[in-house]
Design a protein around this ligand. Structure first.
Ligand SMILES: Nc1ncnc2c1ncn2[C@@H]1O[C@H](COP(=O)(O)OP(=O)(O)O)[C@@H](O)[C@H]1O
Ligand SMILES: Cc1ncc(C[n+]2csc(CCOP(=O)(O)OP(=O)(O)O)c2C)c(N)n1
Ligand SMILES: [Mg+2]
Ligand SMILES: [Mg+2]
Ligand SMILES: [Mg+2]
Length: 327
Protein backbone atom coordinates (compact mmCIF):
# COMPACT_ATOMS: atom_id res chain seq x y z
CA UNK A 1 0.00 0.00 0.00
CA UNK A 2 1.42 3.35 -0.96
CA UNK A 3 1.33 6.48 1.19
CA UNK A 4 -2.05 7.31 2.75
CA UNK A 5 -2.16 10.75 1.14
CA UNK A 6 -1.26 9.39 -2.30
CA UNK A 7 -4.02 6.85 -1.85
CA UNK A 8 -6.60 9.55 -1.06
CA UNK A 9 -5.48 11.45 -4.16
CA UNK A 10 -5.93 8.31 -6.23
CA UNK A 11 -9.57 7.93 -5.18
CA UNK A 12 -10.44 11.64 -5.47
CA UNK A 13 -12.74 12.50 -8.37
CA UNK A 14 -11.51 14.95 -10.99
CA UNK A 15 -14.76 16.87 -10.81
CA UNK A 16 -18.24 16.82 -9.30
CA UNK A 17 -21.54 15.96 -10.95
CA UNK A 18 -23.70 17.94 -8.49
CA UNK A 19 -23.24 21.68 -8.90
CA UNK A 20 -24.21 22.05 -5.22
CA UNK A 21 -20.78 20.72 -4.17
CA UNK A 22 -18.77 23.79 -3.14
CA UNK A 23 -15.82 21.85 -1.69
CA UNK A 24 -15.51 18.09 -1.99
CA UNK A 25 -12.47 15.99 -1.05
CA UNK A 26 -9.38 17.92 0.03
CA UNK A 27 -10.30 20.19 2.94
CA UNK A 28 -11.32 19.68 6.57
CA UNK A 29 -14.89 18.85 5.61
CA UNK A 30 -17.09 18.93 2.57
CA UNK A 31 -19.18 22.00 1.87
CA UNK A 32 -22.44 21.60 -0.02
CA UNK A 33 -25.06 24.20 -0.88
CA UNK A 34 -28.39 23.60 0.88
CA UNK A 35 -31.65 23.43 -1.02
CA UNK A 36 -35.34 23.97 -0.32
CA UNK A 37 -35.83 20.20 -0.07
CA UNK A 38 -35.56 18.27 3.18
CA UNK A 39 -32.15 16.69 3.66
CA UNK A 40 -31.75 12.94 4.30
CA UNK A 41 -28.65 11.34 5.85
CA UNK A 42 -27.90 7.69 6.55
CA UNK A 43 -24.95 5.43 7.27
CA UNK A 44 -24.48 1.68 6.91
CA UNK A 45 -21.32 -0.35 7.41
CA UNK A 46 -19.94 -3.54 5.87
CA UNK A 47 -17.50 -5.66 7.85
CA UNK A 48 -15.39 -8.44 6.37
CA UNK A 49 -16.46 -11.76 7.87
CA UNK A 50 -19.93 -10.43 8.77
CA UNK A 51 -21.31 -8.86 5.57
CA UNK A 52 -18.94 -10.57 3.14
CA UNK A 53 -15.92 -12.85 2.82
CA UNK A 54 -13.64 -13.52 -0.10
CA UNK A 55 -15.79 -16.61 -0.68
CA UNK A 56 -18.94 -14.54 -1.27
CA UNK A 57 -17.83 -11.22 -2.76
CA UNK A 58 -15.08 -9.82 -4.98
CA UNK A 59 -13.74 -6.42 -3.82
CA UNK A 60 -15.77 -4.68 -6.55
CA UNK A 61 -18.99 -6.16 -5.12
CA UNK A 62 -18.08 -5.01 -1.61
CA UNK A 63 -17.92 -1.36 -2.69
CA UNK A 64 -20.96 -1.58 -4.91
CA UNK A 65 -23.10 -3.22 -2.24
CA UNK A 66 -22.00 -0.91 0.58
CA UNK A 67 -23.16 2.09 -1.44
CA UNK A 68 -26.29 0.26 -2.67
CA UNK A 69 -27.34 -0.53 0.93
CA UNK A 70 -27.14 3.16 1.79
CA UNK A 71 -28.90 4.34 -1.35
CA UNK A 72 -31.61 1.86 -0.37
CA UNK A 73 -32.12 3.66 2.95
CA UNK A 74 -32.52 6.94 1.00
CA UNK A 75 -35.02 5.16 -1.31
CA UNK A 76 -37.00 4.05 1.75
CA UNK A 77 -37.45 7.74 2.63
CA UNK A 78 -38.56 8.51 -0.93
CA UNK A 79 -35.42 10.51 -1.57
CA UNK A 80 -32.91 11.28 -4.30
CA UNK A 81 -29.34 10.28 -3.31
CA UNK A 82 -26.79 13.05 -3.93
CA UNK A 83 -23.47 12.61 -2.15
CA UNK A 84 -21.55 9.96 -0.23
CA UNK A 85 -18.67 9.80 2.24
CA UNK A 86 -16.58 6.70 2.85
CA UNK A 87 -14.73 5.57 5.96
CA UNK A 88 -12.41 2.64 5.37
CA UNK A 89 -10.35 0.72 7.95
CA UNK A 90 -7.73 -1.26 6.04
CA UNK A 91 -5.95 -4.38 7.32
CA UNK A 92 -2.44 -5.04 5.97
CA UNK A 93 -3.71 -8.13 4.14
CA UNK A 94 -5.64 -5.90 1.70
CA UNK A 95 -3.58 -4.62 -1.24
CA UNK A 96 -4.06 -1.54 -3.34
CA UNK A 97 -5.53 -3.45 -6.30
CA UNK A 98 -8.40 -4.83 -4.18
CA UNK A 99 -9.02 -1.48 -2.52
CA UNK A 100 -9.18 0.25 -5.91
CA UNK A 101 -11.78 -2.31 -6.94
CA UNK A 102 -13.83 -1.50 -3.82
CA UNK A 103 -13.82 2.15 -4.87
CA UNK A 104 -14.56 1.23 -8.50
CA UNK A 105 -17.68 -0.63 -7.33
CA UNK A 106 -18.87 2.47 -5.50
CA UNK A 107 -17.90 4.81 -8.35
CA UNK A 108 -19.83 2.83 -10.97
CA UNK A 109 -23.02 2.84 -8.91
CA UNK A 110 -22.53 6.52 -8.02
CA UNK A 111 -22.26 7.35 -11.70
CA UNK A 112 -25.61 5.70 -12.38
CA UNK A 113 -27.24 7.99 -9.78
CA UNK A 114 -25.11 11.07 -10.57
CA UNK A 115 -23.81 11.00 -7.01
CA UNK A 116 -20.54 12.50 -5.82
CA UNK A 117 -17.93 11.15 -3.39
CA UNK A 118 -17.31 14.24 -1.23
CA UNK A 119 -15.17 12.95 1.63
CA UNK A 120 -14.36 10.21 4.09
CA UNK A 121 -11.59 8.82 6.25
CA UNK A 122 -8.81 6.26 5.85
CA UNK A 123 -7.27 4.31 8.74
CA UNK A 124 -5.33 1.09 9.19
CA UNK A 125 -6.62 -1.71 11.39
CA UNK A 126 -5.42 -4.93 12.95
CA UNK A 127 -8.91 -6.35 12.47
CA UNK A 128 -10.96 -7.08 9.34
CA UNK A 129 -11.75 -4.58 6.55
CA UNK A 130 -14.51 -2.20 7.62
CA UNK A 131 -16.26 -0.02 5.07
CA UNK A 132 -18.70 2.63 6.32
CA UNK A 133 -20.63 4.69 3.84
CA UNK A 134 -22.65 7.80 4.60
CA UNK A 135 -25.12 8.95 1.99
CA UNK A 136 -26.81 12.33 1.83
CA UNK A 137 -29.92 12.86 -0.22
CA UNK A 138 -33.05 14.95 -0.36
CA UNK A 139 -36.82 14.74 -0.68
CA UNK A 140 -39.54 17.28 -1.45
CA UNK A 141 -40.29 19.31 1.72
CA UNK A 142 -42.74 17.73 4.11
CA UNK A 143 -42.68 14.25 2.61
CA UNK A 144 -42.21 11.70 5.39
CA UNK A 145 -42.39 8.08 4.29
CA UNK A 146 -41.99 6.90 7.87
CA UNK A 147 -42.30 3.41 9.29
CA UNK A 148 -44.85 4.89 11.70
CA UNK A 149 -47.30 5.93 8.95
CA UNK A 150 -49.28 2.67 8.63
CA UNK A 151 -52.99 2.75 9.48
CA UNK A 152 -55.68 0.06 9.78
CA UNK A 153 -57.33 -0.45 6.38
CA UNK A 154 -54.06 0.05 4.46
CA UNK A 155 -52.71 -2.47 2.00
CA UNK A 156 -49.21 -3.86 2.55
CA UNK A 157 -47.14 -3.78 -0.62
CA UNK A 158 -43.75 -4.88 -1.84
CA UNK A 159 -41.63 -3.49 -4.70
CA UNK A 160 -40.15 -6.21 -6.90
CA UNK A 161 -39.40 -9.71 -5.68
CA UNK A 162 -37.67 -10.94 -2.52
CA UNK A 163 -35.51 -13.82 -1.33
CA UNK A 164 -33.02 -13.93 -4.19
CA UNK A 165 -30.13 -12.38 -2.27
CA UNK A 166 -30.29 -14.99 0.49
CA UNK A 167 -30.54 -17.69 -2.18
CA UNK A 168 -27.40 -16.28 -3.81
CA UNK A 169 -25.59 -16.19 -0.47
CA UNK A 170 -26.43 -19.83 0.13
CA UNK A 171 -25.00 -20.79 -3.29
CA UNK A 172 -21.86 -18.73 -2.67
CA UNK A 173 -21.26 -20.27 0.75
CA UNK A 174 -21.55 -23.66 -0.93
CA UNK A 175 -19.39 -23.01 -4.05
CA UNK A 176 -17.66 -19.62 -3.52
CA UNK A 177 -17.23 -16.78 -6.04
CA UNK A 178 -15.09 -19.09 -8.14
CA UNK A 179 -17.84 -21.71 -8.43
CA UNK A 180 -19.79 -22.52 -11.55
CA UNK A 181 -23.39 -21.40 -11.70
CA UNK A 182 -26.23 -21.99 -14.12
CA UNK A 183 -27.83 -18.88 -15.66
CA UNK A 184 -30.64 -19.12 -13.09
CA UNK A 185 -28.26 -19.52 -10.17
CA UNK A 186 -26.19 -16.60 -11.48
CA UNK A 187 -29.31 -14.43 -11.12
CA UNK A 188 -29.45 -15.22 -7.39
CA UNK A 189 -25.72 -14.64 -6.99
CA UNK A 190 -26.05 -11.28 -8.73
CA UNK A 191 -28.92 -10.28 -6.44
CA UNK A 192 -26.57 -10.90 -3.50
CA UNK A 193 -23.46 -9.22 -4.91
CA UNK A 194 -24.91 -6.36 -6.93
CA UNK A 195 -28.30 -5.44 -5.43
CA UNK A 196 -30.30 -2.70 -7.11
CA UNK A 197 -31.73 -0.16 -4.66
CA UNK A 198 -35.33 0.82 -5.48
CA UNK A 199 -34.95 4.58 -5.75
CA UNK A 200 -37.49 4.81 -8.60
CA UNK A 201 -40.44 3.36 -6.67
CA UNK A 202 -39.48 5.42 -3.60
CA UNK A 203 -39.53 8.58 -5.70
CA UNK A 204 -42.94 7.76 -7.17
CA UNK A 205 -44.36 7.15 -3.68
CA UNK A 206 -42.88 10.42 -2.38
CA UNK A 207 -44.09 12.39 -5.42
CA UNK A 208 -47.63 11.03 -4.91
CA UNK A 209 -47.84 13.18 -1.78
CA UNK A 210 -49.93 10.44 -0.14
CA UNK A 211 -49.49 8.93 3.32
CA UNK A 212 -47.07 6.03 2.89
CA UNK A 213 -45.23 3.90 5.44
CA UNK A 214 -42.00 2.59 3.92
CA UNK A 215 -39.00 0.46 4.90
CA UNK A 216 -36.23 -1.15 2.89
CA UNK A 217 -35.51 -4.85 3.28
CA UNK A 218 -32.04 -5.34 4.74
CA UNK A 219 -32.89 -7.90 7.43
CA UNK A 220 -35.71 -9.92 5.80
CA UNK A 221 -39.44 -9.38 5.27
CA UNK A 222 -40.39 -10.65 8.75
CA UNK A 223 -38.09 -8.19 10.49
CA UNK A 224 -38.95 -5.17 8.33
CA UNK A 225 -42.72 -5.82 8.46
CA UNK A 226 -42.46 -6.04 12.25
CA UNK A 227 -40.62 -2.70 12.33
CA UNK A 228 -43.56 -1.06 10.53
CA UNK A 229 -46.08 -2.81 12.81
CA UNK A 230 -44.23 -1.69 15.95
CA UNK A 231 -43.58 1.88 14.78
CA UNK A 232 -47.22 2.32 13.69
CA UNK A 233 -48.86 0.34 16.51
CA UNK A 234 -50.80 -1.86 14.06
CA UNK A 235 -51.11 -5.46 12.85
CA UNK A 236 -49.76 -6.40 9.43
CA UNK A 237 -51.26 -9.57 7.98
CA UNK A 238 -49.25 -10.98 5.06
CA UNK A 239 -50.83 -13.41 2.59
CA UNK A 240 -48.46 -16.30 1.98
CA UNK A 241 -49.57 -16.83 -1.63
CA UNK A 242 -49.08 -13.14 -2.53
CA UNK A 243 -45.41 -12.74 -1.62
CA UNK A 244 -43.63 -11.85 -4.88
CA UNK A 245 -41.24 -14.65 -5.82
CA UNK A 246 -39.11 -14.61 -8.97
CA UNK A 247 -39.35 -17.55 -11.38
CA UNK A 248 -35.84 -18.59 -10.32
CA UNK A 249 -36.74 -18.60 -6.63
CA UNK A 250 -39.79 -20.72 -7.38
CA UNK A 251 -37.46 -23.48 -8.60
CA UNK A 252 -36.54 -24.17 -4.95
CA UNK A 253 -38.64 -26.02 -2.33
CA UNK A 254 -41.26 -23.75 -0.79
CA UNK A 255 -39.80 -24.03 2.73
CA UNK A 256 -36.47 -22.84 1.38
CA UNK A 257 -38.08 -19.93 -0.49
CA UNK A 258 -39.96 -18.91 2.66
CA UNK A 259 -36.81 -19.04 4.75
CA UNK A 260 -35.00 -16.74 2.30
CA UNK A 261 -37.94 -14.37 1.87
CA UNK A 262 -38.87 -13.93 5.51
CA UNK A 263 -35.54 -14.28 7.28
CA UNK A 264 -32.82 -13.88 4.61
CA UNK A 265 -32.44 -10.15 4.06
CA UNK A 266 -30.25 -7.94 1.88
CA UNK A 267 -32.93 -7.73 -0.84
CA UNK A 268 -32.93 -3.91 -0.72
CA UNK A 269 -36.47 -3.84 -2.09
CA UNK A 270 -39.16 -1.76 -0.41
CA UNK A 271 -42.00 -2.89 1.85
CA UNK A 272 -44.71 -0.42 2.78
CA UNK A 273 -48.34 0.35 3.43
CA UNK A 274 -50.77 2.89 2.02
CA UNK A 275 -54.50 3.41 1.60
CA UNK A 276 -56.03 1.04 -0.99
CA UNK A 277 -57.53 4.17 -2.62
CA UNK A 278 -54.04 5.49 -3.40
CA UNK A 279 -52.39 2.19 -4.30
CA UNK A 280 -53.50 1.64 -7.92
CA UNK A 281 -52.18 4.97 -9.12
CA UNK A 282 -48.80 4.43 -7.46
CA UNK A 283 -48.62 0.88 -8.80
CA UNK A 284 -49.34 1.91 -12.39
CA UNK A 285 -46.81 4.76 -12.19
CA UNK A 286 -44.21 2.22 -11.00
CA UNK A 287 -45.21 -0.27 -13.71
CA UNK A 288 -44.52 2.38 -16.37
CA UNK A 289 -40.93 2.61 -15.15
CA UNK A 290 -40.47 -1.17 -15.04
CA UNK A 291 -41.11 -1.77 -11.32
CA UNK A 292 -43.94 -3.88 -9.94
CA UNK A 293 -45.71 -3.03 -6.69
CA UNK A 294 -47.57 -6.07 -5.37
CA UNK A 295 -50.18 -6.12 -2.61
CA UNK A 296 -48.97 -8.75 -0.15
CA UNK A 297 -51.19 -8.07 2.85
CA UNK A 298 -53.39 -5.76 4.87
CA UNK A 299 -53.21 -3.61 7.99
CA UNK A 300 -55.60 -3.88 10.92
CA UNK A 301 -55.77 -2.72 14.52
CA UNK A 302 -54.70 -4.86 17.45
CA UNK A 303 -51.64 -5.80 19.49
CA UNK A 304 -48.77 -4.66 17.18
CA UNK A 305 -47.18 -7.50 15.24
CA UNK A 306 -47.15 -9.42 11.99
CA UNK A 307 -49.28 -12.41 11.01
CA UNK A 308 -48.83 -14.75 8.10
CA UNK A 309 -52.02 -16.09 6.50
CA UNK A 310 -51.84 -19.40 4.60
CA UNK A 311 -55.28 -20.46 3.36
CA UNK A 312 -57.47 -20.18 6.44
CA UNK A 313 -54.52 -20.67 8.79
CA UNK A 314 -52.99 -17.63 10.51
CA UNK A 315 -49.69 -17.78 12.39
CA UNK A 316 -47.53 -15.06 13.99
CA UNK A 317 -44.53 -13.96 11.90
CA UNK A 318 -41.99 -13.10 14.55
CA UNK A 319 -39.31 -10.43 14.27
CA UNK A 320 -36.65 -12.95 13.34
CA UNK A 321 -34.17 -12.37 10.55
CA UNK A 322 -30.68 -10.98 10.45
CA UNK A 323 -29.66 -9.69 13.87
CA UNK A 324 -26.05 -8.70 14.58
CA UNK A 325 -26.15 -10.05 18.12
CA UNK A 326 -28.02 -13.28 17.46
CA UNK A 327 -26.19 -14.82 14.53
N1 LIG B 1 -24.49 3.13 16.67
C1 LIG B 1 -25.53 3.93 16.38
N2 LIG B 1 -25.55 5.20 16.81
C2 LIG B 1 -26.61 6.01 16.52
N3 LIG B 1 -27.67 5.65 15.82
C3 LIG B 1 -27.70 4.39 15.35
C4 LIG B 1 -26.64 3.47 15.61
N4 LIG B 1 -26.94 2.30 15.03
C5 LIG B 1 -28.14 2.48 14.44
N5 LIG B 1 -28.61 3.71 14.61
C6 LIG B 1 -29.89 4.28 14.15
O1 LIG B 1 -30.92 3.34 14.48
C7 LIG B 1 -31.92 3.28 13.48
C8 LIG B 1 -32.10 1.84 12.99
O2 LIG B 1 -30.87 1.40 12.41
P1 LIG B 1 -30.83 0.15 11.42
O3 LIG B 1 -31.62 -0.95 11.99
O4 LIG B 1 -29.42 -0.10 11.05
O5 LIG B 1 -31.63 0.75 10.17
P2 LIG B 1 -31.59 0.24 8.67
O6 LIG B 1 -31.99 -1.21 8.71
O7 LIG B 1 -32.61 1.11 7.99
O8 LIG B 1 -30.22 0.47 8.15
C9 LIG B 1 -31.50 4.26 12.41
O9 LIG B 1 -32.13 5.50 12.67
C10 LIG B 1 -30.01 4.40 12.63
O10 LIG B 1 -29.50 5.64 12.17
C1 LIG C 1 -20.56 -14.09 4.71
C2 LIG C 1 -21.95 -13.59 5.00
N1 LIG C 1 -22.66 -14.13 6.01
C3 LIG C 1 -23.90 -13.66 6.27
C4 LIG C 1 -24.46 -12.67 5.53
C5 LIG C 1 -25.86 -12.22 5.81
N2 LIG C 1 -25.98 -10.88 6.37
C6 LIG C 1 -24.96 -10.21 6.89
S1 LIG C 1 -25.43 -8.66 7.42
C7 LIG C 1 -27.03 -8.94 6.97
C8 LIG C 1 -28.12 -7.92 7.24
C9 LIG C 1 -27.90 -6.57 6.62
O1 LIG C 1 -26.86 -5.86 7.22
P1 LIG C 1 -27.08 -4.79 8.37
O2 LIG C 1 -25.76 -4.34 8.84
O3 LIG C 1 -28.01 -5.33 9.40
O4 LIG C 1 -27.79 -3.64 7.55
P2 LIG C 1 -28.94 -2.63 8.02
O5 LIG C 1 -30.08 -3.48 8.53
O6 LIG C 1 -28.36 -1.75 9.06
O7 LIG C 1 -29.29 -1.90 6.76
C10 LIG C 1 -27.17 -10.20 6.41
C11 LIG C 1 -28.44 -10.76 5.92
C12 LIG C 1 -23.67 -12.13 4.49
N3 LIG C 1 -24.11 -11.13 3.71
N4 LIG C 1 -22.43 -12.61 4.24
MG1 LIG D 1 -28.45 0.40 9.27
MG1 LIG E 1 -29.85 0.00 6.01
MG1 LIG F 1 -29.88 -4.71 10.01
Amino acid sequence: MRDEFEWIKSISPAGYRQSSVIQGIGDDAALVRGSAWDQIVCLDTMVEGIHFTNQTMAPYHVGYKALAANISDIAAMGGVPLYYLVSIAIPSTWKEEGLSQVYKGMADLAEAYEMDLIGGDTVSTKGPLVLSVTVMGQVEPGRKLLRSNAKPGDVVFLSGTVGESAGGLSLLLERSVKGEFTAEEAQLVKAHQLPEPHVGPGRILAASGKRVALNDISDGVASEANEIAEASGVVLTLFHGKLSRSSVLRMYPEDQQDQWIFYGGEDYKLIGTMSPDDFSQAASACEKTGYTLTVIGEVSSGEPGVRLKRGSQVEPLLKAGYNHFHN
